[in-house]
Design a protein around this ligand. Structure first.
Ligand SMILES: NCc1[nH]cc(CCC(=O)O)c1CC(=O)O
Length: 312
């Protein structure tokens, strides 16, 4: 197969250290394939709003919108995202060109004083603004006090170091990418802290009319990761998930069989966690999606309250 022609590409990126690492990672991979690639840094609404929980002000799309405008206007060609932050349905005119090889999908326990969740004293204060982490933590340790914690990785670590929390929970992937793995005291077993759909995976977004970019980016795809996160994201889409719904979905692909687990938490705390799991042979994105849809149906059958898409 002949490689695609060398292109001159601009990557739109947020300017947090993690976003820049991710954009530079893709830049290096594309340069190695002969393309010339520059970065266009930009600040999104999600980066600016630090005083309120994102679930209250409009959710995941806030980190993505400005980057899409840059693609729309042709100021940039590709946007690199943590898939966890990408809404399930991209706006019309945009497409996911590929999903890259996944980093560690687990959550990490970070604390200056305590080695693990079990070591925390009664009533300890744990920082997280993720509703998923909140309900899973409370299921493990109802005594803990969960306090809001926002900001990029460096900000969150600084707030921990300032003594505002006994511990915080972060994605292991972000810490590892930034060389901060020494801060990880333990990684949670996925059975205890089921990760968010797409956690640890990077996705590349383009305008859907750019077939040439689709082809240029195809070599960066990692098929196993793509199948796995497609199933996870289908759970979230079928539940009408947003960051105001505590929802976890985690898949593992073992010799062609995808083992998918999901959990739903009641945002009002009235009903206990609902869990569901299933396995199926999965070789196509459509089959992965179908498994996710099935798990969502099982969650609903178990009492999870989804949000139905608004008509119109
Ligand atoms: N919500 C912010 C966010 N988006 C992606 C990551 C980590 C990297 C990843 O999951 O790929 C993080 C930080 C965190 O949750 O601790």
């Amino acid at each position: 197969m002949s490689p695609t022609q060398p292109l001159s590409l601009v990557i739109a990126t947020r300017e947090s250290r993690l976003a820049l690492w991710q954009a530079e990672h893709v830049q290096a991979l594309l340069r190695a394939r002969g393309h010339s690639v520059s970065l266009l840094g930009m600040t999104t609404q999600g980066d600016q709003i630090l005083d309120r929980s994102l679930s209250k002000v409009g959710g995941k799309g806030l980190f993505v919108k400005e980057l899409e405008v840059a693609l729309e206007e042709g100021r940039a060609h590709i946007a690199v995202h943590s898939l966890k932050d990408v809404p399930m349905d991209l706006p019309a005119g945009f497409a996911l060109a590929c999903v890259m090889e996944r980093e560690d999908p687990r959550d990490a326990f970070v604390s200056p004083r305590y080695a693990s969740l079990d070591a925390l004293p009664q009533g300890a204060v744990v920082g997280t603004s993720s509703l998923r982490r909140q309900v899973l933590l409370q299921a493990l340790r109802p005594d803990l006090r969960i306090e809001p914690l926002r900001g990029n990785l460096d900000t969150r670590l600084r707030k921990l170091d300032e003594g505002n929390y006994d511990a915080i929970v972060l994605a292991a992937a972000g810490l590892k990418r930034l060389g901060l793995q020494d801060r990880i005291r333990t990684e949670f077993a996925t059975s205890d802290m089921l990760p968010a759909a797409g956690q640890g995976a990077l996705g590349i977004e383009i305008r859907s009319d750019r077939q040439d970019l689709m082809e240029a980016l195809a070599p960066l795809a990692h098929q196993e990761s793509w199948l796995t996160v497609t199933a996870e994201r289908a759970v979230s889409r079928s539940m009408g998930g947003s960051c105001s719904m505590p929802l976890a979905a985690h898949g593992r692909l073992v010799q062609g069989t995808l083992h998918l687990e999901a959990a739903w938490g009641d945002p009002d705390g009235r009903t206990p966690l609902v869990r569901a799991s299933a396995s199926a042979p999965v070789a196509t994105l459509a089959a992965a999606d179908a498994l996710g849809v099935e798990i969502a149906a099982r969650l609903r059958a178990g009492g999870a309250r989804g949000v139905d898409p608004v008509a119109g």
